[in-house]
Design a protein around this ligand. Structure first.
Ligand SMILES: Cc1cc2nc3c(=O)[nH]c(=O)nc-3n(C[C@H](O)[C@H](O)[C@H](O)COP(=O)(O)O)c2cc1C
Length: 163
């Protein structure tokens, strides 16, 4: 299925329920809840850009193995798991095990998606470190008072599927 057909629904659901950003390597994977992201076109490719704060374990994982999946639930059934994955760190918990999440192997990358979701398989094509200097004052004030800026990882969408 063409990913664009469902991108509106995916963005709406991500903004409403949250979604799993899964990263990792060597068979160990960590889902983190995200609520912000962009689907679009860049450098002639279909892309999914995710925003990860410097403090996240997920940032360490993405910097080691720059591929990820975004898994967007169809409905509210993932509410409890998304709350856990959005408040606990993979440094302290095996979140897949704790939430009893079922993973689905990806076709194009070595990081799986999450069952019961729209799954985007992505490979990072560039990353952008946000900084105080390049961010508008009102945004610095609202979102980055503690200096924990986002890195934007723009991933080429290599495969899209619904599980
Ligand atoms: C609804 C929701 C949306 C979130 N969106 C983001 C996001 O877009 N980027 C981010 O860095 N953290 C976001 N977070 C916070 C992380 O999910 C949270 O800090 C998580 O525990 C980090 O996990 P990690 O240390 O295993 O990477 C969100 C949390 C919730 C509950």
């Amino acid at each position: 299925m063409n990913f664009l057909e469902n991108s509106g629904k995916a963005l709406t659901n991500m903004g409403t329920f949250g979604a799993y950003l899964t990263a990792g390597y060597d068979g160990k994977f960590n889902p983190m809840t995200i609520g912000w992201g962009q689907i679009g076109i860049s450098q002639g490719k279909s892309v999914f850009a995710v925003m990860v704060r410097q403090s996240r374990y997920t940032k360490e994982l993405l910097d080691k193995n720059p591929v990820f999946t975004v898994s967007v639930p169809f409905d509210t059934s993932h509410k409890t798991s998304l709350a856990f994955c959005g408040s606990k760190s993979g440094r302290d918990y095996d979140k897949i095990k704790e939430c009893k999440l079922e993973t689905v192997p990806s076709k194009e990358i070595d990081v799986p998606g999450i069952s019961g979701c729209m799954v985007y398989e992505c490979r990072v094509i560039y990353k952008t470190e946000m900084s105080k200097e390049e961010t508008f004052p009102e945004c610095n004030e609202k979102w980055y008072k503690n200096g924990d800026y986002h890195t934007v990882y723009t991933g080429e969408i290599l495969n899209y599927k619904e599980n």
